[in-house]
Design a protein around this ligand. Structure first.
Ligand code: CTP
Ligand code: MG
Length: 234
């Protein structure tokens, strides 16, 4: 297993304000075991040799700190820190403008998923390199039955649980397809809740790599407590 010779650009959106977390400091900059969550996340990708450039979107206030963090983790690849936008999609779109032409694949990963494993990153890169697909994403089979609900009140239907998967990141795509997907969504003012959905909108074929719930997104205070337990015990 390996990524072959494919060059991978890594895009990390870290410009959110962490409303659901409710802390004054945005999630990527909260500290656990002496390191920011952003640093913990980047350290997982540091183990992957195929990554040849990194672009992080953040807010103006955290630009300097972010430059320090990325430089301390990745000394030897091209590093870019930019200002993100009001929505994750905009933060990623802005970052995509800095991806170099030499990138064959673009991997997008939330700054607040510090538990992704090297093994799963490599599997996802490998799968996204496959000529039969436009990209690949990590996802887990839904644990609960998922209901489609209208007006936050009435059940519309219950899709078969075996077909329901919960999307995570990284989400990795061939560069040209991802740029086309983001340009299409931006031009037509379409919003998606992940990167894959924008690729799906242009008819792209995306495959799933079965992940684990370890790769959870730090979203609520309870997630942060769990992350602290896991990282402090390491
Ligand atoms: N993100 C971003 N730009 C935004 C919003 C989110 O770069 N305008 C990033 C976050 O920093 C995070 C990732 O996208 O790393 C996933 O977003 P989410 O977990 O929703 O983080 P927040 O938007 O910060 O949190 P909330 O939705 O609770 O406000
Ligand atoms: Mg958000």
């Amino acid at each position: 297993m390996g990524s072959g010779s494919k060059q991978v650009a890594l895009v990390v959106p870290a410009a959110g304000s962490g409303t659901r977390m409710g802390e004054e400091i945005p999630k990527p900059y909260l500290t656990i075991a002496g390191k920011t969550i952003l640093e913990h996340t980047l350290l997982q990708f540091r183990q992957v040799d195929a990554i040849h450039e990194l672009i992080v979107s953040t807010s103006e206030f955290f630009k300097d700190q972010t430059c320090e963090i990325v430089a301390s983790v990745f000394g030897d690849i091209e590093l870019t820190v930019i200002e993100g936008g009001a929505e994750r999609q905009e933060s990623v779109f802005k970052a995509l403008q800095y991806v170099s032409d030499s990138a064959e694949l673009i991997a997008i990963h939330d700054a607040v998923r510090p538990f992704v494993s090297k093994q799963l990153i490599l599997e996802c890169i490998n799968e996204a390199s496959n000529p039969g697909v436009d990209g690949s994403i990590l996802a887990t089979p839904a644990k609960d039955t998922i209901k489609e609900v209208e007006d936050a009140k009435y059940v519309v239907e219950t899709p078969k649980r075996e077909r329901m998967w919960q999307a995570q990141t990284p989400q990795i795509f061939k560069r040209e397809v991802l740029l086309r997907a983001y340009n299409n969504a931006t031009m037509r003012k379409l919003m998606g809740t992940d990167d894959s959905s924008l690729v799906e909108m242009i008819g792209g074929k995306v495959s799933v790599i079965k992940s684990t719930t370890d790769n959870f997104k730090i979203t609520y205070p309870l997630d942060f407590q769990l992350a602290k337990l896991i990282l402090s015990g390491k």
